[in-house]
Write a protein that binds this ligand. Sequence first.
Ligand code: AMP
Length: 185
Amino acid sequence: MKPEMIVFMGGQGSGKGTFANLLLQKHDFNYVEAGAILRAMPSDSEIKQKISRGELVGDNDLFPIIAPHITSDHNIIMDGFPRTIGQAKWLIENYADKFNIHVVFLNISEATMLAHIQNRIKEGGNRADDTDENAVRKRIESFKTTTMPAIEWLSKNKDIEFLDIKLPGDDIDINFALIYNKLYK
Ligand code: AMP
């Protein structure tokens, strides 16, 4: 039997990491958090500079960094990857035969994204790319222009399960229950 791959997708502040961690508390998964893997790169690297500017790291730089983390002997949660059509195609081409893939699209408005990032700053989050207003704006822009087309492409793919989950409000428990019930129906 193939292992399961749960792919959390959504804009900034949509709760990918929050819901991934809640799911990890209930079930045993490997956890691949693209942003954390990239933030751990050397601080003088080109990749770190892109992150601090709020720009996406190029697909060809990213694939060799991400691939070793995707081991097909265990269920896995993907958080923050894919984010481009190229990454989505790469994921399906290389892994749809090895995993049952479920994409969870955390569908929230742009206003909610901004409000959530502002909360993250107020609560003392220490992400430098959150406090730079330009970087935040760029990340939301790149979600709309680059990641939304990848989400739309995946929504039409017949080899995977695609769940479009419109989060009704800000209650994390209610939102997580909704996600969980759709995944484990
Ligand atoms: P995150 O923690 O998911 O918000 O990611 C932080 C930053 O890492 C992003 O703003 C990008 O600069 C970079 N990054 C994370 N995931 C990806 C990805 N899948 N493709 C390209 N860049 C990424």
